[in-house]
Design a protein around this ligand. Structure first.
Ligand SMILES: *Cc1c(COP(=O)(O)O)cnc(C)c1O
Length: 497
């Protein structure tokens, strides 16, 4: 199966294998890679998968897209990535909340957020890609993070052969827990550096290095090439398709649904990656009636779905669900490509670059309306859902998950639709312990570790081991630099990793 750009690159070099797409990250014309055709999964296959383990389900879905990788290799990647010691409690277990709603817990991995679902396996896909494409240089992964991606990428790529990784984060733009998670990262091929500035400064600095030919030349002299771990990379997206099939399999196995019965899916959304992976599953044959696109106070996607206008010229809010504080949802480009084709997509993206705004035509809007509804939830609403979910169901959710639950509640209240609904839970509540404590008890300790203990006492749940152990881990990375020095720092580090 070959991959092409959402913006329509037409030369032979624009039709490349899955391995090449994962290695390259972004298409030559600035677009995102998509498979030329979508593979299908029949209901018989889904029923058969419902008797399999998560790694077997994931390998079956990955194999449909990555037919250039040997099938037994994909299965061994999945067995290693989603093993019980990496995901204690299971990779994507369902927690039944009530007769309509089940929560899919995607945060049992090593960094306690759903990004582990992709970033535990993506390094294996990249290593495989280096071999399959005969690449002898080292991949040097450069990441700008507002918190969760950086740690999940470090944890995934630590000590992977022929790869080095460098993560930049804004010095005052991540939580103390997130900072500690990154600063204590182990591994001989990892480096972490804070920058004086905000996330946009970090992101801009990284993009500048990626598109600087002299930086690429300097890196080549060290025997390396740049690669990315962001959700624009196909290798990040394809592992996420698998858990939508897995959720359906679990509902079948539990007798919650009959084969072929439709479900609804609610996804707390930032970059539109996770929800788009769900939509791909639907296009491949998974019976999904409606996707609920859940946003926090940064409700640019809610407005887009309601009006057909995407306009990033608006205020940016810092919320208690920081991984969704995003004004450019990169993966929306892939949905536009599927709905309208590459020509219109290229035009919309050009308008977004030049004016920060685009408006889709009526036919495209109608087509998107058929699958998606947008809802948002402000800060008080988020705290209220955390509090009420615990009061009603004795179940603790993090602020991102609360936004997803709110969308499901709003949709059900508005429509009366009692179709079985899966809500993605994207982070452990302990990752955002002080805000969850404040929502549940009205106040929160100053110290983040005290907040972990309080949350555990109040809810009778256990602190995840990877967070509890941070208190005693040695800090390895304390450097803080100016954004202007990122290029020099990156090249210096590339010589050592
Ligand atoms: C990254 C992230 C999201 C948003 O996922 P997208 O794929 O960017 O839409 C939601 N919740 C948490 C906890 C995250 O880390």
């Amino acid at each position: 199966m070959n991959y092409i750009s959402t913006r329509g690159g037409t030369t032979a070099a624009d039709h490349i294998s899955g391995a090449a797409a994962i290695k390259q990250g972004l298409a030559n014309d600035g677009g995102l890679f998509m498979p030329e055709t979508l593979p299908m999964v029949s209901m018989e296959e889904i029923i058969a998968l419902s008797e399999k383990s998560y790694p077997e389900r994931a390998a079956a879905i990955l194999g449909k897209f990555l037919d250039d990788y040997p099938a037994d290799e994909l299965l061994s990647y999945c067995r290693a990535a989603y093993a019980e010691d990496r995901f204690p409690g299971g990779a994507a277990p369902l927690h039944k909340l009530n007769d309509t709603v089940s929560v899919m817990e995607l945060w049992h991995g090593p960094t306690c957020a759903f990004k582990d679902m992709a970033l535990q396996i993506m390094p294996k896909l990249l290593s495989g890609a280096l071999r399959l494409t005969g690449e002898k240089r080292r991949a040097f992964i450069l990441v700008a993070t507002s918190g969760d991606t950086g740690k999940a990428a470090l944890e995934g790529y630590a000590d992977v052969d022929q790869v080095g990784i460098m993560v930049y984060y804004p010095v005052d733009g991540v939580s103390r827990m997130q900072k500690l998670q990154m600063a204590t990262q182990e591994g001989s091929n990892v480096n972490v550096c804070a920058i004086r500035g905000n996330f946009d400064d970090a992101q801009t600095g990284v993009k500048r290095i990626f598109s600087d030919p002299t930086a690429a030349e300097a890196l080549a002299e060290n025997g390396c090439f740049f690669s990315s771990a962001n959700s624009i990379n196909w290798g990040r997206l394809v592992p996420q398709v698998a858990y939508y099939f897995s959720a359906y399999c679990d509902l079948l196995a539990q007798g919650e649904i009959e084969p072929g019965e439709e479900i609804n899916v609610s996804v707390p959304t930032g970059n539109f990656g996770n929800i788009f992976a769900g939509y791909l599953a639907k296009e491949m044959g998974l019976p999904v009636k409606r996707f609920l696109c859940a946003s926090n106070k940064n409700n640019i996607l809610t407005d887009f779905l309601n009006t057909g206008v995407y306009d990033r010229n608006r205020d940016f809010y810092t919320t208690m669900s920081p991984s969704m504080d995003i004004l450019i949802s990169s993966n929306l480009e892939r949905l536009l490509y599927l709905k309208t084709g590459c020509e219109k997509t290229a035009a919309y993206m050009k308008a977004l670059n030049e004016c920060g705004r685009y408006e889709i035509d009526a036919a495209t809007k109608a087509s998107i309306d058929a699958d998606f509804t947008g809802y948002y939830c402000d800060e008080e609403g988020t705290a209220e859902v955390i509090r009420r979910t615990f009061a009603d169901y004795h179940y603790v959710v993090d602020p991102h998950t609360a936004v997803g639950l709110s969308a499901a509640e709003q949709y059900i209240a508005a429509t009366g639709d009692t179709t079985k609904t899966v809500v993605d839970s994207t982070a452990s509540p302990y990752k955002f312990a002080s805000n969850v404590c404040r929502a549940l008890t009205g106040n929160a300790p100053e110290d983040e570790f005290d907040a972990l203990c309080l949350l555990s006492n109040v809810t009778g749940t256990e602190i995840p081991a990877p967070l509890a152990s941070l208190r005693t881990k040695a800090v390895r990375f304390e450097r803080v630099i100016d954004p202007a020095d990122m290029r020099a720092e990156t090249l210096k580090v590339s010589e050592t990793l």
